[in-house]
Design a protein around this ligand. Structure first.
Ligand code: FAD
Length: 404
């Protein structure tokens, strides 16, 4: 069979690409292949409302169920792409079909990193990436009294917050000396550490794990100092790796992600890559970046659509991200990596407040906590490379947008 566009991966990026192509008038055939057995859905609620059990599955679907047929987007769900021939423009599917294509877009996302210490194969240890994962956690969490979360990144902290809201005893283990160490400044980490401690989470920072204990079922997490943290349930959130299996097999250039240019083209220009699986040149941070966010999934899909429609442009969007924990929403614009100075707007111990990151006086990122107006303005400041006066910046009574 032949399709004009075949998209591998029916997550945020794949679904957004298919619908953007239609919205922009693409009339060719589109096949969206996804190995999960469900229509495209949002992942962010998995570690929030889905874990709390306060949202129905229908409400996290990315499109209404009749959208796909109405838009003439063919779905192959519960079906994996198993081999990609980059020379002959062909894709093999697990249901036995072979698809020739004009364009193939890889939107394969990421695979969770797994523990490989002794005991990591015990029952009661969960990872959180898919709807199936959250359903499994949901089925087990009711009986559990003590939950141990491994990893103090966004997913781990969101799971800890939800588990506390469900009344569980929660301990969170992080190897770094602070939570969110990879993505934010110590001042924001401290705020989240205090928030979680106030809500009753036991934070074990700077703690390495030497193994998991139990007879068939996990009963505790052993730390490097020999102490054992009792657990009825363990949720692990130690990051993902880009899913590059298909791309590597096809001989496409990969290096901790599928390498793409500014128009989402891989080393084979009729094959594109978007979303979490791709590593792209990022103007705002310099160098190649692999971003894990809904914004990047959606905006890179938009750039790929332009490439397919014959108007390849330059993907240049300010990276944004959000995280909800308890009643606090963190919204980030830009990337904090190269900042050499930070300015706090407000009292860093109390919401709302924002942290502005500067590099040689230029705004490169803003973390806004319960401060949506600062976040909105932040995108403009980062995009324009604004150099505001530090005193005005530090004054929360002065609107950030007036400094753009
Ligand atoms: P994915 O959404 O992972 O989709 C990839 C799909 O491809 C998957 O369904 C996968 O199974 C499928 N696939 C892979 N290989 C094949 C194959 N060979 N054949 C067929 N199908 C294949 N981002 C935010 O900005 N804010 C948040 O608050 C936030 N919270 C999150 C909470 C959780 C629990 C998780 C897991 C992620 C969260 N993210 C959040 C990140 C965000 O969801 C991801 O960045 C986004 O989903 C990436 O979209 P994607 O399409 O690139 O990958």
């Amino acid at each position: 069979m032949y399709r004009d566009v075949v998209i591998v991966g029916a997550g945020h990026a794949g679904a957004e690409l298919a619908s953007t192509l239609r919205r922009k008038g693409f009339g060719g055939s589109i096949l969206l292949v996804g190995d999960e057995p469900v229509a495209p859905y949002e992942r962010p609620p998995l570690s929030k409302a889905c874990l709390l059990g306060t949202i129905e599955i229908e409400r996290i679907l990315l499109r209404e169920s009749d959208y796909w047929s109405t838009a003439a987007i063919e779905l192959a769900l519960g079906c994996a792409a198993t081999a990609l021939d980059a020379e002959k423009d062909g894709l093999q599917l697990s249901d036995g079909r072979h698809v020739d294509f004009a364009w193939c877009v890889l939107a394969t996302g990421g695979k969770v990193r797994k523990l490989n210490c002794p005991g990591s194969d015990l029952a009661g240890i969960y990872y959180l990436r898919t709807l199936r994962d959250v359903q499994a956690i949901g089925a087990a969490i009711g009986e559990a009294r003590r939950l141990v979360v491994i990893g103090g990144g966004f997913i781990g902290l969101e799971v800890a917050a939800a588990a506390r809201q469900l009344g569980k005893e929660v301990a969170l283990i992080e190897t770094q000396r602070r939570v969110l160490a990879r993505v934010t400044s110590p001042v924001v980490s401290s705020f989240y550490e205090a928030l979680h401690r106030q809500r009753g989470v036991r934070l074990l920072l700077g703690s390495a794990i030497s193994g998991l204990e139990g007879e068939g079922q996990v009963s505790g997490v052993r730390l490097a100092d020999g102490t054992v943290e009792p657990a009825d349930l363990v949720v692990v959130g130690i990051g993902i790796d880009a899913d590059t299996g298909l791309a590597e097999q096809a001989g496409l250039a990969c290096d901790a992600g599928i390498l793409v240019d500014e128009a989402c083209r891989t080393s084979q220009p009729r094959i594109l890559a978007i979303g979490d699986c791709s590593r792209h040149p990022n103007d705002f941070a310099g160098g190649l970046w692999r971003l894990e966010s809904v914004q990047h999934a959606n905006d890179s899909a938009g750039a790929a659509a332009d490439t397919i429609l014959g108007n390849p442009g330059i993907y240049r969007e300010v990276p944004t991200f959000w995280s909800d924990q308890y009643e606090c929403r963190l919204q980030t614009a830009g990337l904090t990596k190269d900042a050499d100075e930070i300015v706090v707007r407000g009292d860093a111990g109390q919401v709302p407040f924002s942290v502005v990151y500067l590099q040689e006086g230029r705004v490169v990122a803003v973390d806004a906590i319960n401060a949506p107006k600062d976040f909105m303005a932040a995108r403009h400041l980062v995009r324009s490379g604004a150099r505001p006066d530090r005193k005005l910046l530090a004054d929360p009574s002065i609107a950030l947008k007036s400094l753009a």
